[in-house]
Ligand binder design. Structure first.
Ligand SMILES: Cc1cc2nc3c(=O)[nH]c(=O)nc-3n(C[C@H](O)[C@H](O)[C@H](O)COP(=O)(O)OP(=O)(O)OC[C@H]3O[C@@H](n4cnc5c(N)ncnc54)[C@H](O)[C@@H]3O)c2cc1C
Length: 454
């Protein structure tokens, strides 16, 4: 079934070489899975109320964010499935018993509801071109469980198409640098930023704002993480939101030495030894990497992917081609040779800290502000352990849907306005320089603001 969407467009108030100024109802900040699922759900809900949706991305929505470099694997279990409790148990134990089981049930139900929409949304057309099918909702496969996994570029491009199809205005290469608040400073009123290609400022007035700017890797240059500089966390904190689980935000990923290729999956069951050739033993690297890190602080550690048999090498290579492009360039055969490894800080991308979310509205801070995806804390799902390998992407889908819907509901009770003052800006917050409260600001960022640009 094909659904055609028509809805009100945002009002363009100013569009010249110095500035772009728009009035919309719902503004989504970010362009990864959380932002696009938020935009889809906001637009579907907004359609009932005649509201417009605008999305701004620091990069190009459909190719930006950390998922863009990866294969996507969602934690996907239907409501009531017995394997859900089993997987919960393992994750809860790994994360120190800090998971909230009712919360996890609720978010997995929402993930299932959203992913189940994919066939109607046209995913089957994408899947037909894939050598290995990425979506199975029936569980009628050798693993016996439903799954949704595969190349992220297919997925992100598809999500961008769905967002556009719903009439959402997308501004690419337009990082947000600060929020707008109402004159009385008691609600969010939009955001402002800079268009890097047009080299002009932008201001978007909106009744609801969803922050979906991803986690932060603390500028460690981890794979795909350069665009994620913690802007959303700072903006939400400035608007009164709380951070949670930041003590679980220093996750270290493993890479071939001298590279940023942090695809951790293959390292989990690999073989390790010291420079002197002494084998390093470990129990479960999902649970703790301390045995390897302990040796790394004393000298270089070497790894080999000897867990794979020769008949599996071809499949393993094709499922993560960019990892092997790097090892090929280095002249390493990781299946047969030991190669030196290093560590890269993956911060809150694979750690679980972020903006605290208390309920399924995903509201945070001032009224009208919502958060989704890695910008939000995920400790209620995996506690102190990493949310990588399924939970994080499932959370991006569910929290995107929740935030998008509630942002639209919030906006439906508001009148479109084009006022608002800068709450603060990333540039001024970091430099201590308070800018004027004119919403027209949009010139080039200061040196410290420029640190937030890829
Ligand atoms: C190599 C790798 C493999 C992974 N594999 C898996 C997996 O298999 N399963 C799993 O569950 N998880 C996986 N993850 C984690 C998963 O990719 C993330 O949880 C997911 O991408 C989070 O989605 P997000 O939209 O919140 O953030 P991101 O995908 O990081 O998107 C953030 C977006 O915000 C934009 N942005 C940032 N700042 C601004 C700003 N100031 N203004 C406007 N836009 C801004 C960025 O351009 C980007 O579009 C993996 C991560 C990595 C690094």
């Amino acid at each position: 079934m094909t659904t055609r969407f028509t809805r009100p467009s945002p009002d363009i108030l100013r569009d010249d070489q110095d500035a772009l100024e728009i009035r919309t109802d719902i503004l989504i900040i970010g362009g990864g899975p959380a932002a696009t699922w938020a935009a889809i759900n906001a637009a579907d809900t907004a359609a009932e109320h005649g509201l417009s949706v605008t999305l701004v991305d620091k990069g190009w929505c459909g190719a930006s964010g950390v998922a863009a470099t990866a294969g996507v694997g969602h934690w996907l279990t239907p409501p009531g499935a017995p394997q859900r409790r089993e997987t919960f148990g393992v994750k809860d134990a790994t994360g120190g018993g800090l998971s909230d089981w009712a919360w996890t049930d609720a978010f997995l139900d929402e993930t299932w509801a959203q992913i189940s929409r994919l066939p109607d949304m046209g995913w089957n057309r994408v899947q037909k071109k894939q050598t290995v099918p990425s979506l199975d909702l029936t569980g009628d496969n050798p693993s016996g469980v439903p799954y949704f996994r595969g190349p992220a570029p297919d997925y992100l491009r598809f999500l961008r198409g769905q967002v556009k199809k719903r009439g959402v205005l997308i501004l690419d290469h337009s990082p947000a640098t600060g929020l707008l608040v109402t004159d009385t400073r008691d609600a969010v009123a939009g955001a402002h930023g800079h268009q890097t290609q047009a080299n002009r400022g932008w201001t978007v007035h909106a009744s609801s704002v969803v922050l979906a700017t991803g986690g932060t890797t603390w500028r460690s240059h981890s794979l795909g993480g350069d665009t994620n500089t913690g802007d959303g966390q700072l903006m939400a904190a400035e608007a009164g939101a709380d951070l949670a689980a930041m003590e679980f935000s220093n996750f270290q990923g493993m890479v071939p030495f001298g590279t940023s290729m942090d695809k951790n999956g293959y390292f989990i069951q690999a073989e390790y030894r010291t420079a002197g050739g002494t084998p390093i033993t470990y129990t479960d690297l999902h649970y703790s990497r301390v045995p390897i890190i302990e040796h790394s602080v004393r000298g270089t550690v070497y790894s080999r992917f000897s867990q794979f048999t020769p008949d599996q090498w071809g499949r393993v290579r094709s499922s993560m081609p960019n990892f092997f492009a790097v090892t090929d360039k280095l002249g390493i055969d990781p299946f047969t040779e030991f190669f030196p490894i290093d560590w890269v800080n993956e911060g809150t991308v694979r750690g679980t800290g972020g903006i605290r979310v208390d309920d399924t509205t995903c509201a945070a801070g001032l009224p009208g502000l919502f958060v989704a995806g890695d910008v939000a804390a995920r400790d209620k799902i995996t506690g102190a352990a990493t949310g990588a390998g399924g939970p994080n992407l499932a959370w991006a889908v569910a929290s995107g849907a929740w935030a998008g819907r509630h942002a639209a509901r919030h906006a439906s009770g508001q009148v479109r306005k084009d006022t608002g003052v800068h709450l603060d800006s990333i540039a001024s917050a970091r430099s201590g320089d308070r800018r004027s409260s004119s919403p027209d600001w949009g010139g080039s960022p200061t040196a410290s603001g420029a640190r937030c640009f890829p």
